[in-house]
Design a protein around this ligand. Structure first.
Ligand code: SIN
Length: 296
């Protein structure tokens, strides 16, 4: 095994990984160590990297599962599995510039996303925020958790994708606008841990709940989920690679660098339909305390 060195970046989640050269490809023992660290920490930031060839990035992602096909993004890379993240002076929007779990509107939303930012804005900025939905769940009052465990939410994309990538040549007539109903509390299929699975970009309503009541509950949940106690902030160095677990975290790509440019290559792994295991364990205490910790 190579000398993988995992350094947590907060008491709650997220870690930097040193001593792994992703561009060179990694052996099975190193992959196993990376996979275990990823499940433990939710977000890994691989430091000291060089440009990763597309086939190497894709090979890594495939070891985590089948690749996810984005329903609306244009194919701008010669390898269709690579989603080019690019924001510049004339961009009408910036990808990921709002809290979300990637493509949560899919019936089988992504499990992992691997992003290498290759061009950073000259002016600095362009950081990515993450929020830990296991901590968000664990810090809620037990009565709120019990209520949420019975609920499902609608995740949609009709308000997100049409027109979104038109400036990049995407043909709206050809794109898909998936939607799905997912449990509000999901059980992680690999770790068995519970987390909140709603986000302000895709989650539009609570199934079977009056619209006003559902919107009010979602607003309170979104406010709770994005508390600073549950967040980490990644300040990119060139060629850093981030690997995040969409089943556990939300993220927000900050667009504070206009008119400068930022770009990178993203490869995404398809997950399984989110589900809730009623027989699974509740969190064994909370990693942190928040006040008041009640939704009401
Ligand atoms: C994304 O949401 O995939 C973009 C993240 C980033 O650009 O930092």
């Amino acid at each position: 095994m190579t000398g993988i060195d995992v350094r947590p970046v907060s008491p709650v989640f997220g870690a930097e990984v040193h001593g792994v050269d992703l561009a060179a490809g990694i052996d099975d023992a190193t992959f196993a160590a990376v996979h275990a660290a990823w499940l433990d920490h939710g977000v890994l930031a691989f430091k000291g990297q060089s440009p990763m060839p597309a086939d190497v990035q894709i090979d890594f992602a495939r070891r985590l599962g089948p690749l996810h096909e984005h329903p609306a993004a244009p194919a701008e890379h010669e390898n269709a599995a690579v989603f080019v993240i690019r924001t510049h002076r004339d961009s009408p929007i910036s990808n990921g510039n709002g809290w979300h779990s990637d493509v949560s509107c899919d019936v089988e939303p992504p499990s992992a996303t691997m992003l290498q930012v290759r061009l950073l804005p000259d002016c600095g900025g362009g950081d990515t925020l993450f929020a830990d939905m296991e901590a968000a769940y664990a810090t809620l009052d037990p009565a709120d958790r019990a209520r949420l465990r019975d609920l499902e939410a609608v995740h949609a994309s009709e308000h997100v994708y049409p027109g979104r990538y038109a400036d990049r040549g995407a043909d709206d007539a050809a794109i898909d606008t998936p939607w799905a109903i997912h449990p509000v509390v999901r059980t992680h299929p690999e770790t068995g841990r519970r987390s909140l699975f709603v986000n302000p970009s895709f989650t539009v309503s609570i199934e079977g709940m009056d619209e006003a009541e559902g919107t009010a509950l979602l607003d309170r949940l979104h406010e709770h989920c994005t508390r600073p106690e549950f967040q980490i902030r990644h300040r990119w160095d060139p060629y850093d690679v981030l690997l995040w677990d969409n089943r556990r975290v939300q993220h927000f790509a900050i667009w504070d660098y206009w008119p400068h440019e930022r770009s990178g290559h993203r490869v995404t792994v398809q997950g399984t339909p989110p589900s809730f295991d009623p027989d699974g364990p509740e969190p064994d205490g909370s990693p942190i305390r928040v006040s008041p910790g009640r939704l009401a």
